[in-house]
Design a protein around this ligand. Structure first.
Ligand code: KIV
Length: 276
């Protein structure tokens, strides 16, 4: 499968078919690529699902960069988006400097930023860095939004969300993530926007969907958002596998002969009886 270019991504508008998934490391990115995912996202959700932070706020540029490099190695042929972590996009200059590292060192094809940071988007796009927008629940500023809550439920909030999405598209993003947005509002935004929307907790009318890998495989159990469908109870399966390994080690059932390496034991003859 060839890596999707920006015109190809934009051409997925209206088809509801864009499949995006987070990936933070080599094996996950490789598996997702083999499964035919269109776009991989090194989201700053890595802070919560991989690094064990309580939120995405502490995630650093170095951490996103480290994981972007690993995901890139696992999926060289898939369009890879890297998140700008909290405050890395506080000014257009900072956003450009962070994007330079993610693209040139990390191998990202696009960067994603949260909120309507229009000047930062314009500067990035003018410099040749494709940008994915993100409105609705923006986890980096969840506290100001009153927590991890559905956004855009009042007429004013819905109008602001639509205006932000339209302004981001005007500023040049190739797509907009809609997170925890009521389905009818997400449908309206999708209809009004010229670029693809990618929903997470935004209903079925968006141009694509994104999920966090650890939610999809059921290994993140601190909480389960309503919009998550687990396609695997991976946590239980992995725990069982590790418990079986531990039991085998303790009983002597592992390792078996086939896991060891043979040698000509005559090579050891001179060692027997010798003090070391
Ligand atoms: O960080 C992330 O994984 C994200 C997705 C939930 C869109 O921003």
């Amino acid at each position: 499968m060839a890596k999707l270019t920006i015109p190809e991504l934009k051409s997925r508008k209206g088809r509801g078919s864009l499949v995006m998934l987070t990936a933070y490391d080599y094996p996950t990115a490789k598996l997702a690529a083999e499964a035919g995912v269109d776009v991989l996202l090194v989201g700053d959700s890595l802070g919560m699902v991989v690094l064990g932070y309580d939120s995405t706020v502490p995630v650093t540029l170095e951490e996103v960069l480290h994981h972007t490099k690993a995901a890139r190695r696992g999926a060289p042929g898939v369009h890879l988006v890297a998140d700008l972590p909290f405050l890395a996009d506080a000014t257009p200059e900072r956003a450009l400097a962070a994007a330079e590292r993610l693209v040139k060192e990390g191998g990202a094809d696009s960067v994603k930023l949260e909120g309507a940071k229009l000047e930062a988007v314009r500067v990035l796009v003018a410099a040749g860095v494709p940008v994915l927008g993100h409105v609705g629940l923006t986890p980096q500023t969840a506290s100001s939004l009153g927590g991890y809550k559905v956004q855009g439920k009042t007429p004013e909030a819905a109008e602001r969300l639509l205006a932000d999405a339209l302004a981001l598209a005007d500023a040049g993003v190739w797509g907009v993530v809609l997170e925890m947005v009521p389905a009818p509002l997400a449908a309206l935004v999708t209809e009004r926007l010229s670029v693809p929307t990618v929903g997470i907790g935004a209903g079925a009318a968006t141009d694509g969907q994104v999920l966090v890998f650890h939610d999809l495989i059921g290994v993140f159990d601190r909480f389960k958002p309503k919009f998550v469908r687990r396609y695997l109870e991976g946590g239980a399966l992995i725990r069982e596998a590790i418990a079986a390994y531990a039991a085998d080690v303790r009983s002597g059932a592992f390792p078996a002969d086939e896991h060891g390496f043979a040698m000509d034991e005559s090579a050891l003859e001179g060692l027997y009886g010798k003090e070391s």
